[in-house]
Design a protein around this ligand. Structure first.
Ligand SMILES: Cc1cc2nc3c(=O)[nH]c(=O)nc-3n(C[C@H](O)[C@H](O)[C@H](O)COP(=O)(O)O)c2cc1C
Length: 317
C-alpha cells in the first residue's frame, strides 16, 4: 500500500502496534514489523537499561523498521530519548506530554517523530512542534484517554482537513473492516493496542490475555476521570476505585488507593483481581489469543472482503 504514512515510516502496511506498558516488548514489536507494519517497543514500563536491551533484541529479530513509544510524563523519558538516539532507532512515538520538549532534538538526530493526542487542541500543538504524523486516539482506547471523551469516529472527522500532516487513527480497532472505515474517513494509518496486547507475542501475563478474551460488552469502563481518565477492565481494583469515587474521594485519597505498581501486578504478574488492567472497549471483539502472523492474515482478509462489500452499497443516500 502506498500512502504518506508508509512513505514516512518506511513500512509496507500502515498498521502500527501501539506502545503498551507491560505488553509491547521486542517480541511483539519485531513480529509486527516482520509482517510489514510498524512495531513499537513500549518504553513506559521500562528502565533505561531494559529499554536498551529490548532495542538491541528487536534489531536482531527484524531487519524492518521498528520504533519506540516514549510517554513523556515518565521520569525516565529524557534518558530514554538519549538511548533511542544512541541506538539509532528510526522512529519515536511520543505520548502523554508536551510534544515541543524533544521533537526538535529527535529530528536533529535523524529520528522521525509521531505524537499521540486525544483532542484537537493537542493535535494542532503537535503539528506546530514539527512532528511527521499524529496518532488521534478516541476514548474507546485502552489505557489513558482524553478528558473530552471524544470517540475515534468523531475525532478523525474533526481533524481531517485541519492538519497538513497525516493522521493515524487509534481506539476501537480490531478488525480489517474497521481499518477500512478509518481510511475512508481520511486516516492514512491505524494504531492498534488491545488486539496486540492479547497476542501470543505480547509480554503480558497469560491471565491478563485470558481476561481480555473473556471480556464482553460493558466489561471495560472509563474511570479516574478526576485524575487522568483511563479505560480499564472491571475487576477488584476497578471496584475499589469506583467505590471511593462514589464516596467523593479527593485526588490525594484516590492516589493513595491506587498506590504504585498496580499495572505491573495486573498486566505483567497476572493478578487480575488486585491489579490495574488497561484495555480498550474493543476487547469484546477479541475472542482468541492469536499469533501476530495469524492476526495480520485475518486483518488483511477482513479488509479486502469489506472492500468487495463496498461495491454493493447504495451509490447514494
Ligand atoms: C495495555 C495497554 C497499555 C498501554 N500503554 C500505553 C503506553 O505506554 N503509551 C501510550 O502511548 N499508549 C499506551 N496505550 C494505548 C495504545 O498505544 C493504543 O493507542 C490504544 O490501545 C489503541 O486503542 P485500542 O486499545 O482500542 O486498540 C496502552 C494501551 C493498552 C491496551
Amino acid at each position: 500500500m502506498n500512502n504518506r504514512i508508509c512513505d514516512i515510516l518506511n513500512i509496507k502496511s500502515p498498521v502500527i502496534s501501539g506502545g503498551m506498558v507491560w505488553c509491547s516488548g521486542w517480541e511483539l514489536a519485531s513480529a509486527v514489523s516482520n509482517e510489514g507494519g510498524l512495531g513499537l517497543v513500549g518504553a513506559g514500563s521500562m528502565t533505561p537499561d531494559v529499554l536498551r536491551e529490548h532495542i538491541k533484541k528487536c534489531k536482531l529479530a527484524t531487519n524492518k523498521t521498528f520504533g519506540v513509544n516514549i510517554p513523556l510524563m515518565n521520569p525516565n523519558s529524557s534518558k530514554q530519548i538519549d538511548i533511542v538516539i544512541e541506538e539509532k532507532v528510526p522512529v519515536v512515538f511520543t505520548s502523554a506530554g508536551n510534544p515541543a520538549t524533544y521533537t526538535q532534538k529527535l529530528i536533529d538526530n535523524g529520528v522521525k517523530v509521531v505524537h499521540v493526542v486525544a483532542n484537537e487542541k493537542f493535535a494542532l500543538k503537535a503539528q506546530e512542534a514539527g512532528v511527521s504524523a499524529i496518532v488521534c486516539e478516541g476514548f474507546e482506547a485502552g489505557g489513558h484517554n482524553g478528558k473530552e471523551e471524544t470517540t475515534t469516529m468523531v475525532l478523525i472527522n474533526q481533524l481531517v482537513g485541519k492538519l497538513n500532516i497525516p493522521i493515524i487513527a487509534a481506539g476501537g480497532i480490531a478488525k480489517g473492516e474497521q481499518i477500512l472505515v478509518m481510511m475512508v474517513l481520511g486516516a492514512e494509518g491505524v494504531q492498534i493496542g488491545s488486539l496486540f496486547a492479547a497476542s501470543k507475542e505480547s509480554s503480558a501475563h497469560i491471565n491478563f490475555k485470558q481476561a481480555i478474551v473473556d471480556a464482553t460488552e460493558g466489561d471495560t469502563m472509563l474511570f479516574l476521570r478526576k485524575l487522568s481518565p483511563t479505560r480499564l477492565l472491571k475487576g477488584g481494583f476497578y471496584q475499589k476505585i469506583q467505590e471511593a469515587e462514589q464516596k467523593g474521594a479527593s485526588k490525594e485519597e484516590l492516589l493513595e488507593i491506587i498506590g504504585v505498581g498496580k499495572t505491573r501486578i495486573g498486566m505483567f504478574e497476572g493478578n487480575v483481581e488486585e491489579g490495574e488492567l488497561e484495555i480498550g472497549q474493543v476487547s469484546s471483539l477479541i475472542n482468541e489469543i492469536m499469533s501476530i502472523e495469524d492476526i495480520f492474515t485475518k486483518l488483511r482478509k477482513e479488509y479486502s472482503e469489506a472492500l468487495v462489500r463496498m461495491q454493493s452499497i447504495n451509490k447514494s443516500i
